[in-house]
Design a protein around this ligand. Structure first.
Ligand code: ZN
Length: 464
């Protein structure tokens, strides 16, 4: 399709629906060609009357300069836009402006991607956790151009203070960032999660008290004040920074007022670990090797971690049989009972009942001779208040764990990260930003497919 360029006035009427469909307001489409499965639009702006940026005199069109941009795909075909940019010049010989090239909403100067293509790359990387390399390939640009789109558009989204609004309870949990290598210790990062919505609020390097204090110092004090509950895994570093004063300055913690909760997930995991460690030690001591397929304890290694109320008749029979043959001193049995007693704490919402059950679990584990169970007893004593706080606040770190899974998938998708700031941005875009995309009407609803005159350009894929 070729349409005469019209220098004086409006673009020809026939072109308006086309421009609306393509979402190119302010442009006229001169030509569409297709080769090798790619579409190419030849366009120019409809501006014909432009004032000089410096003196305001009506400018004179001087020249055309063509730029080629990569745009959003259209009807499954990659799109190139060939934009015949106007070069204007000022007619006033004394004006310092001389000549300039026109600008438009379509693309920033010297970019190879249109703004909406860049927004789409950022959205895919964030909302869909697509890899930057894949986006770069899809848009026919280099990795750096695609990543620049992610940082330019994503950073304001990640830094938006509105993201932090309305948070009442946060969860802290660590994930691996870099594994240990020769000459480098492993690096852990802490994720800060809004426990009520499961959104990632921030990540920082480290998981010790000093790391958490450093991060708190970067957060707005009124925001820290509004937090009521902090949910942690049973790790002393977090608790001492949340509750205790800074040993370096003696200043009280900005979170001195919050209720610290140890969440059920981590506690049950601790109890499960006690069962597994006991089983492995007993196995090793009795048979002199790690579990083999037909060893009695090895055969029930997973069943031992299943909650008692979920064991069927066959499960019970297998556990009894396995323990009878492999657990001569009843050590694994004891660890298993300890785990079940701890799980019982969470089978009630009643604080008094939960307290009684926890104290029963503490008494049982403290009296045990099994060293793994004794270790568990120590943890239960140390965290008794925080364990019971679960029943008063109802806070759980479950959402934090869900975010941890997302974090792992981001890491896999990024094939490992070396730059922490890039890593943080990726994580926040995937797990911390609410993506608002154009809602799609149901197909059976009222049809609205008539392109309006001078219709606005498409809003699909725009991040807000
Ligand atoms: Zn001028």
């Amino acid at each position: 399709m070729a349409v005469e360029g019209n220098e004086r006035g409006k673009a020809p009427a026939v072109d308006e629906p086309t421009v609306a469909v393509l979402g190119l307001p302010g442009f006229q489409l001169l030509e569409v060609s297709e080769f090798d499965g790619e579409l190419e639009y030849l366009v120019e702006t409809t501006d014909t009357l432009v004032g000089c940026q410096r003196c305001g005199t009506i400018a004179r069109p001087k020249d055309r300069r063509e730029v080629v941009l990569r745009d959003l795909a259209h009807a499954d075909r990659p799109v190139r836009i060939r934009w015949r940019k106007r070069v204007w010049c000022c007619v006033d010989p004394d004006c310092p402006a001389k000549t300039w090239t026109e600008a438009s909403w379509l693309a920033e100067p010297r970019r190879h991607l249109t703004n909406r293509a860049r927004t789409e790359i950022c959205r895919r990387v964030g909302q869909e956790n697509a890899s930057v390399a894949l986006c770069a390939r899809n848009f026919g640009v280099g990795w750096h151009a695609a990543w620049a789109a992610v940082t330019d558009i994503g950073t304001p989204l990640a830094d938006d203070p509105e993201r932090l609004e309305g948070v009442r309870a946060v969860g802290l949990d660590e994930t691996m960032y870099l594994h240990a290598r020769r000459g480098r210790r492993r690096v852990l990062v802490t994720g800060v999660v809004d426990v009520d919505t499961g959104r990632l609020l921030d990540v920082f390097i480290g998981r010790e008290a000093a790391d958490l204090r450093r991060w708190m110092a970067t957060m707005p004090p009124p925001w820290l004040d509004r937090i009521e509950v902090v949910s942690v895994d049973p790790h002393e570093g977090y608790r001492s920074a949340v509750v205790g004063a800074d040993p370096a300055t003696g200043r009280r913690s900005p979170w001195g007022h919050v209720t610290v909760v140890v969440d059920p997930f981590h506690l049950v995991r601790l109890a499960n670990q006690a069962v597994t460690k006991t089983r492995q030690r007993v196995q090793q001591e009795a048979l002199g090797h790690r579990g083999w397929k037909d060893d009695p304890l090895y055969g029930i290694r997973r069943l031992l971690l299943v909650g008692a109320e979920r064991l069927g008749e066959r499960g019970w029979a297998r556990i009894h049989d396995g323990l009878e043959r492999g657990d001569a001193l009843d050590e694994v049995t004891e660890a298993w009972i300890a785990k079940e007693k701890l799980r019982d704490v969470y089978l009630t919402d009643d604080l008094a009942i939960a307290t009684a059950r926890l104290d029963d679990a503490i008494a049982f584990t403290s009296a045990s001779k099994v060293k793994e169970v004794k270790t568990l007893a120590k943890a239960l004593c140390r965290w008794r208040t925080e364990i019971l706080a679960h029943h008063t606040t109802g806070a759980s770190n479950g959402p934090t764990e869900a975010v941890n899974l997302t974090i792992k998938s981001v890491k896999r998708c990024g094939r490992g990260f070396r730059n922490f700031n890039n890593y943080r941005l990726r994580l926040l875009l995937v797990a911390g930003v609410r993506w608002q995309t154009q809602p799609v009407t149901r197909l059976r609803a009222r049809p609205r497919l008539i392109a309006r005159k001078g219709g606005g350009h498409g809003r699909g894929g725009q991040a807000a």
